[in-house]
Design a protein around this ligand. Sequence first.
Ligand code: PXP
Length: 245
Amino acid sequence: MLLGVNVDHVATVRQARGETEPDPAIAAVLAILGGADGITVHLREDRRHIQDRDLKLLREIVFTELNLEMAATDEMIGIALRVKPDMVTLVPEKRAELTTEGGLNLKKNRNQLKKAVKMLQGTCLPTGKKGIPVSLFINPSITDVEESKKIGARMVEIHTGIYANAKGKKQLQELTRVKKAVKKALGAGLAVNAGHGLNYTNVKKVASVKGLRGLYIGHSIISRSVFVGVEKAVREMKKLIKESE
Ligand code: PXP
């Protein structure tokens, strides 16, 4: 199973001072040395952490998978088509939120998402190449999987935030919802990822879900990196995931 490491919070520390360090590009290199299969950044409308410069630089240096998380706005679509990450994950974005709070509202934003998927996945790329595969960040719900298929995305990322924050029986119930959504999405021919809120203690149960393509993890890995270094933090997470597969 792939591990995509989100390096946004390295940029959060940098932006806290408005300085040039720590640099998320350096974190990305160390994460790859630690075994990350890909690097994720979320370029937010308010540029609170990752900057346009970071994305451009990462495109130059990340030869594994560069995953751009973004809102489905015209500005972001334009940036993605110029920078050409290896994949785009469309996420909901609210200015006041501390982190992405839930999956996309697919019904409400169907037309906007359809347009973004169509433009990114290929019809509008001048190169004639197959375009940028799009993943939709969705809640673990059967109807959201069905809706994602209709929207035309090649991938989904199942939101594990509620699972991650729940305890005991509630957590197991949430895990069942995740498993059902994964199964439904695989049956629909979608590639399926999962992420949000995963850490060194709750990752194993999700990593053992059959058929998952990859996990996308940021906060817990960057937090541990402060104490043990990026490379070791990634290596430890990668080991837990491998042991659970
Ligand atoms: N997946 C998506 C779509 C996200 O928005 C985020 C947070 O940026 C993550 C995964 C990673 O979540 P966390 O930082 O809680 O590991």
